[in-house]
Every structure is written in structure tokens, then in C-alpha cells.
Design a protein around this ligand. Structure first.
Ligand code: ZN
Ligand code: ZN
Length: 602
């Protein structure tokens, strides 16, 4: 007799489970994605103890007949469901088919499913079929997973606390809901509903349902396309930043992805609109010819590779940057937040959505559900955009920046006085303004330096006393490699004995007070600027640093003329609203707001 033992199917399932299922959210993901594939419009996720005790997913999808229901738990279901190239077209996937078998091998699963004719009940525990019988009919599928990893204690140890498991599930459903605004999701833990979207197919409304009024009211719509990509969605104003990246959502062809290049492009576009360490809330849908997307990446990692990623990142960067530029206004000092406003806001977005969708009805990308129908993939190529729409979108235009700052530039701000030796009070006919003197001055200096660098406009000033700086051997070596960047800016640098350099000239934009200190900081920055020296990044950090150092500080007296100059310079800036680190530089109180405060109006 042969001594080779064939590994039992259940053992294979348990091993696969170890790879695919790491936490309760992995189970939720598989079950919910099945529901989406079944064309569900309403998906309810009911958890007990964050999913550790029980995960139940109920959908109103098309359901299955008995054979399919049993097959769904077979490891070999997989191959029947997709062909190799379909990996990306079936948008979600994971290890479809195999996943359900894997889950059932390490837990207790009950499924009730009905396709309108057959109603089936299946009960499996640890991979063993305990029962399969008639269910009691309700179209859709209800699947319950209890006691995950009950038979694999080693795995069980990896499950985290209820809070962590629950948070993972919530985060997953949140992202999924944003990628599927046409599906209504509801998530409850221990019978308490924590999350609910209406499935209105209105992205802004979905954002509202997830993040609330303050966020949804401060989102800017983006929409642009080029030969390869169509991007659309919403980006948050810099007033609603977060301390983590969880609010950044990128969706490629309806599938949520995490891609470092995309995230970086988005963050870079907010440069000088936000603090370091803060991240914007964005929901960006990217539509692309599916053949440009590389699928050979582990599906649970949600990463993708894409050809022309450079084109895409530049495109996203530019679109966001232009949108921010066109839409930023002086923030109002007073934030209103009443219920009436919320109702009006919702009415508005619904109205706007209606107008948009009637207009978009023949738009290929909006055929729902886009990727559930694999054969549709061909027709999703970007060239199919109807001409009228193309024109319509061009009007929104990312190429031509409409200079809304024109209005700001026409502003004539009159200084009234200085408060706390830090803020300037100013006025025009309409409004009262409060300006942070350091932030404003820093912005003026920053834009001035950036412009000089960009225009390669070099004019230099001789130092009265040349500045000698002694470096360590390693710093000296690094400096030699990078000093040409400084020389291009107008610095004259010579070697001066062992590991020592001497600086004789500097560019004129380096103001003549504290130039020694400034030059030393610049040399420091050249040397420490990461292992790989990125010239553009260095120049930007340098401009920020120098403009901060040379600007008037808080607690400094300003004369009336100095205030006038500063306000005048500020109104000429491209982005007068923030300092280069993203702090606000100017706030507005409208006349109406003042009157309201003093109850002159109601
Ligand atoms: Zn500063
Ligand atoms: Zn600053």
C-alpha cells in the first residue's frame, strides 16, 4: 500500500484559513463581498463582541439554489467562479469560494439562502456538514459565523480585544460603503447599530452619513480626466484634517486600494495647506482601462500596481492642487452648526445629485453595477465617454485655473491695530479680519522665495565677513555631493582646510538680518535631508524654514506702516489663507456675523 498520505480537504481548508483569515474583519470582508456579488442593495452586519462570538451577514441579494449553496463551501468552488484573467474584473474576490470553505473549517457556520424558488438551510461545524435542509424562504442570504477558530487555539490567540476587532470591521465597512454608495450598509455590535448608510448612490450623502455635517459641508468636488484616467470624488478642505490616514480613500474601478504612490500624491497636493502629520479626508474614484492594472498582488493586501502610475499621480496631484486653489476662501471665524442647516445641506446635495445623474445617465462608467458583469469590462474603456459629457467636463477644467484669488487680490485691507502684539485687526467695507502676523509674513516670504527659485532668478550678496563652518568628516563628504544645489541658488562656497567650508556669497532673498544663522540651518538641512537627497523636497523645506526664520514673530510690535505693507503683500499671495506649514493666516467676521453676535439682527 502506498505510504503517501493525501492531505484531507478539511486540513487544506484550515491551512488556507490561516493565510486568509487573520481577524474578524477578514470574515466580514469575505461575507460582505459575497453579498455584493449577489447584487444585494441592503447588507446588514450583526456582530457579537466585535465578531469574536458571532458574525452575521444578511443580504437581500439573489440567493442560491441548494446545489450552489453546498458548492459554495467546497474548496473547489473557486475554479468554477473565475478564470485567471478575471482576477481584477471580479472586483473584490479575496480567495473567493476557497474563503468560505476555509471559514467553515475553523468555525460554526449556518447559512440560509433563497433565490425565490429554492430555500436552503446549511449547518457546518469545523468543516463537517451537520445539516442541509429546507429553509424558510426569504430572498437573499443570511450567513452566521460563530466561535471563530474554536478548533485552532493557536489562531484564536491572534484575535484581539473586542474593541480592536470591532474597529477593524467598522473601518472596513466604512471604506466599502464609500466605494459602493449605491448599497445600504448597516453594522451593529451587540444589537446596537453603529453605522448606517442609505444606499442613495450619492457619494456626498454617503460621506455625510459616515462623517457628519462638518465634514460633508467642507468637501470639494473633483472631476477630471485625461487619455488614461478619469478621476472623480470629493476632497476635504484643509479645515477638516485628521491625525491619521484613515480618511484617505482611493478607489480604482470600484475597488478600494491602498497605494503609497497615490497617498503621497494626495498629501503632496496639500503641501502648505496643512501641517505635517495631518492628513486630509478624500474619497477619490479612479476609473481606468482594467488592462492597465496589474493584479498579481496579494488580494488581501489591497494594493495594486498600475502602468502609467506616474501619469496618474501627477494628474491627481494637479487636480487636487487646482481644486484647493480655486476653492479656498478666508475661513469664517464663526462656525454654525444647527439642525436646520443640516437639513438644507442634505436637500441641496440630493437636488444636485438628481441633476447630475440625469445628465450622466448614458455615461458608461455609471452603469451599475460596474464590475459585477465581467463582460462589460470591454465597454468600460475611457474612449467611450460621450462627446457632450467630455465638453461638460472640460468646462470644469483642471487645465485652466480660474483665478478666484483675483477677488482677494482686489481686497484692500486697512489695519486697525495690533492685538497681543501678535494679531492684526483689519477691515474693509464688508468684513472684519484677524490676521496672524507671523503666519501672514511667513506666507509672503515663502511665496517670494519659491518664485525666485522657480524662475532661477539668481542675484547674490557678498557677506561682509565670510562664514566658516567646520563639519564632521562624514558630513563634509555628504555636503560635497550636494553642494551644487546650493551653488545654483547663488551661494559661493569654497573648501577651507580640513573638513571646513567657507561661504562668501548668498542669494539676496536671504534677508540681511540673521543671515549667518540662516546659512548654518540651510547647511544642516542639506546634510540631514534624508538618505536619498531629493532636490525638490529639499528646496521646499528650505524655503519653508528660511521664510519662518526671517518673518516677524509673535510678540513683536508692528508700526502702522509695517502692518499696511504686510496686508498689502498678503493680498498678492497665491494662497493667502495659510502659512507655509498649513496654519491659518487670516480669519473673517462678516458684518452680519458681528450684528448677529450683538443681536442687532436675529
Ligand atoms: Zn513659522
Ligand atoms: Zn508656519
Amino acid at each position: 500500500m502506498s505510504k503517501i498520505k493525501v492531505m484531507s480537504e478539511n486540513m487544506a481548508n484550515m491551512i488556507a484559513a490561516g493565510e486568509v483569515i487573520e481577524k474578524c474583519a477578514s470574515v466580514v470582508k469575505e461575507l460582505v463581498e459575497n453579498a455584493i456579488d449577489a447584487n444585494a442593495h441592503l447588507i446588514k452586519i450583526n456582530l457579537e463582541n466585535g465578531g469574536i462570538n458571532k458574525i452575521e451577514v444578511v443580504d437581500d441579494g439573489i440567493g442560491m439554489d441548494k446545489d450552489d449553496a453546498l458548492l459554495a463551501f467546497s474548496r473547489h468552488a473557486t475554479s468554477k467562479i473565475y478564470k485567471e484573467d478575471d482576477l481584477f474584473f471580479i472586483e473584490t474576490l479575496g480567495f473567493r469560494g476557497e474563503a468560505l470553505a476555509s471559514i467553515a473549517s475553523v468555525s460554526e457556520v449556518e447559512m440560509e439562502t433563497c433565490n425565490g424558488m429554492d430555500s436552503t438551510y446549511i449547518h457546518i461545524k469545523g468543516g463537517k456538514l451537520l445539516e442541509s435542509s429546507h429553509g424558510n424562504g426569504r430572498v437573499g442570504t443570511k450567513i452566521t459565523v460563530k466561535n471563530l477558530f474554536f478548533n485552532t487555539p493557536a489562531r484564536l490567540k491572534y484575535l484581539k480585544t473586542e474593541t480592536t476587532e470591532l474597529n477593524n470591521c467598522l473601518q472596513f465597512i466604512e471604506r466599502l460603503a464609500l466605494s459602493k454608495p449605491d448599497i445600504s450598509f448597516q453594522l451593529a455590535n451587540n444589537e446596537k447599530v453603529l453605522f448606517k448608510t442609505s444606499g442613495s448612490n450619492n457619494l456626498l450623502k454617503t460621506i455625510h452619513e459616515i462623517y457628519g455635517l462638518n465634514v460633508s459641508q467642507n468637501m470639494l468636488e473633483i472631476k477630471a480626466f485625461n487619455d488614461d484616467f478619469l478621476i472623480s470624488g470629493y476632497i476635504g478642505k484643509p479645515s477638516i484634517l485628521r491625525k491619521n490616514r484613515l480618511g484617505m480613500h482611493t478607489i480604482v474601478n470600484g475597488r478600494i486600494v491602498r497605494n503609497l504612490d497615490l497617498n503621497k500624491a494626495i498629501n503632496d497636493a496639500y503641501n502648505t495647506y496643512k501641517h505635517e502629520g495631518f492628513y486630509p479626508i478624500v474619497v477619490i474614484n479612479i476609473t481606468v482601462d482594467p488592462t492597465m492594472v496589474d493584479v498579481n498582488i496579494h488580494p488581501t493586501k489591497q494594493d495594486i500596481k498600475m502602468s502609467k502610475i506616474d501619469v496618474l499621480t501627477t494628474f491627481i496631484y494637479k487636480t487636487i492642487k487646482d481644486t484647493l486653489y480655486q476653492n479656498l476662501l478666508i475661513p469664517n471665524a464663526i462656525k454654525e452648526n444647527d439642525k436646520k442647516e443640516e437639513i438644507n445641506f442634505l436637500k441641496n446635495i440630493e437636488q444636485k445629485h438628481k441633476e447630475n445623474s440625469s445628465l450622466k445617465s448614458n455615461y458608461p462608467f455609471n452603469k451599475e453595477p460596474v464590475f459585477n458583469d465581467i463582460t462589460n469590462a470591454e465597454s468600460l474603456l475611457i474612449k467611450d465617454i460621450p462627446v457632450e459629457l467630455e465638453q461638460q467636463q472640460l468646462n470644469i477644467g483642471y487645465e485652466e485655473v480660474v483665478d478666484t484669488n483675483l477677488e482677494f487680490r482686489k481686497l484692500k485691507l486697512y489695519p486697525v491695530g495690533q492685538v497681543h502684539r501678535t494679531y492684526i485687526i483689519a477691515t474693509d467695507e464688508e468684513n472684519m479680519y484677524i490676521i496672524d502676523q507671523h503666519a501672514a509674513h511667513e506666507r509672503v516670504n515663502y511665496e517670494n522665495i519659491c518664485k525666485k527659485i522657480k524662475d532661477k532668478e539668481v542675484s547674490t550678496t557678498k557677506l561682509l565677513v565670510p562664514l566658516t563652518i567646520e563639519l564632521s568628516i562624514s558630513d563634509f563628504t555628504i555636503f560635497q555631493e550636494r553642494k551644487s544645489t546650493l551653488e545654483e541658488l547663488g551661494f559661493t562656497i569654497e573648501d577651507f582646510g580640513v573638513n571646513t567650508i567657507i561661504i562668501k556669497e548668498h542669494p539676496t532673498w536671504l534677508k540681511s538680518n540673521h543671515e549667518d544663522e540662516n546659512i548654518k540651518s540651510i547647511i544642516d538641512l542639506v546634510i540631514t535631508n534624508e538618505k536619498k537627497f531629493a532636490k525638490d523636497k529639499f528646496l521646499d523645506s528650505m524655503a519653508k524654514m528660511v521664510s519662518c526664520k526671517m518673518s516677524v514673530k509673535a510678540n513683536e510690535d508692528l508700526s502702522f506702516t509695517e502692518m499696511e505693507h504686510l496686508l498689502n503683500d498678503l493680498t498678492k499671495c497665491d494662497n493667502p489663507y495659510n502659512c507655509c506649514h498649513g496654519r491659518p493666516s487670516i480669519m473673517k467676521y462678516s458684518k452680519y456675523e458681528l450684528e448677529k453676535m450683538f443681536r442687532r439682527v436675529l
